[in-house]
Design a binder for this molecule. Sequence first.
Ligand code: URA
Length: 216
Amino acid sequence: MQINNLSETPSILNTYMSELRDKDIQKDSMRFRRNIERIGEIIGYELSKSLHFEPHTIETPLGSSDTVLHKSDIVLCSILRAGVPLHNGLLNYFDGAENAFISAYRQHQKNPESFEIIVEYLACPSLEGKTLILADPMLATGQSMVATFDALKPFGKPKDIHIVSVIGAQQGVDFISNAFDEDTKLWIAAIDKNLNEKGYIIPGLGDAGDLAFGNK
Ligand code: URA
């Protein structure tokens, strides 16, 4: 897997990331959602540089102009519910994408002893020969991402796979590196060092789903 850690180059992304992590600013759930969406837009722009483009000529009112247009069939798949704002940010850029949604949650929430991933809902178009973008803002253990990919396998073999995340734990990044092939690209805004005993990223930002959708 190829890892693109966008925090390695200082940019406006760092400002949005600081706001996301700040326990006072993140109380504003509309701002929290919008910051995740903005990060999705920035990652979408970076990711777009690795897509397939073909030459194209357009007619302006005053002449013709040579350009390139991206020619990938994109399927954007996000994991409910925390993936929704990240999905929206990516969709703002890839507005012609098809969309897939999956619910994958940790059994841990019902049984503190268990880290088993439960998939209950899945809606997905054919993936055969397409560019698959998998979005999950928090890459903690990496198990939801791998369970999602396994659940998508009956829908066909994508041409290429991009994983988009906001914050990952090093352990989760290592886990998915072993599960996806070497051509898969990870686009991530930060990699933190630790996971706590409940599987939360440290320092991370807390529970992204609760912060985005207001469960206090
Ligand atoms: N999911 C979250 O929302 N936060 C974490 O730290 C880990 C998983």
